[in-house]
Design a protein around this ligand. Structure first.
Ligand code: DX5
Ligand code: ZN
Length: 218
């Protein structure tokens, strides 16, 4: 069974509590929160106050995806704000600082993840594998919801699963970008265990049915 993490990037920000409770009611597993700084990606979304507020209205795990440059400046604060899983991009800082981020996140009792942009090879994850609870493979260029799924990222998922078999078999694989009723199957076939869906979740005519389809084995 796979997990689904609806992304609130496609929610109605004036009605976030309503949309979070809808995510709960429809049986989704995690809430995915996209944090963008306008520097690492060409868009600005939400930050610490929103994570703190969401923490108060849901018990669902908060899966916080940091698309910010030099995330080490803020990792501690996002954990304290209520993140249960905190993801940093390997492209956002030096290897040394990325490693320091992962160690700090774990030391604060949160789960730690790295993310790879579409142009970043699987091999870039290798130095971090023992320190990761999850690896996020972007299936669109980070920054915006509603983009087209990049099927060419499936080989990267398989390569990472192979690398993890030896180095960290318990580490989860996540995909984010363009996941919908048509593309969720191929993600699962290629080893994705946690699927993020923004626009497809919020526009689904029957959100609970979409949740069940993503969670299903095939
Ligand atoms: C994009 C974000 C995604 C986004 C996905 O940079 O990381 O989480 O919300 O949106 P969809 O599912 O619409 O591609
Ligand atoms: Zn995301």
């Amino acid at each position: 069974m796979a997990l689904i993490a609806p992304s609130i990037l496609s929610a109605d920000f004036a009605n976030l509590e309503r949309d979070i409770h809808d995510i709960e009611k429809n049986g989704a597993d995690w809430v995915h929160v996209d944090v963008m700084d306008g520097v690492f990606v060409p868009n600005i979304s939400v930050g610490l106050p929103v994570v703190r507020s969401l923490r108060k209205v849901t018990k669902l795990p908060l899966d916080v995806h940091l698309m910010i440059t030099k995330p080490i400046r803020y990792t501690g604060e996002f954990v304290r704000a209520g993140a249960d899983m905190l993801t940093v991009h390997v492209e956002a800082d030096t290897e040394e600082n990325t490693l320091a981020c992962l160690k700090e996140i774990r030391a604060l009792g949160c789960r730690a993840a790295i993310s790879l942009k579409p142009g970043t090879p699987a091999e870039a994850a290798r130095p971090f594998l023992p320190w990761c609870d999850m690896i996020l493979v972007m299936t669109v260029e980070p920054g915006f919801g509603g983009q087209k799924f990049m099927a060419d990222q499936m080989a990267k998922l398989r390569a990472l699963r192979e690398m993890l078999r030896e180095e960290n078999p318990g580490c989860l694989l996540q995909v984010d970008g363009g996941v919908d009723p048509q593309t969720c199957g191929v993600c699962k076939e290629n080893g994705a265990q946690v699927l993020v869906a923004g626009s497809a979740y919020f526009r689904a005519p029957d959100r609970a049915a979409f949740v069940r389809q993503v969670q299903a084995e095939k």
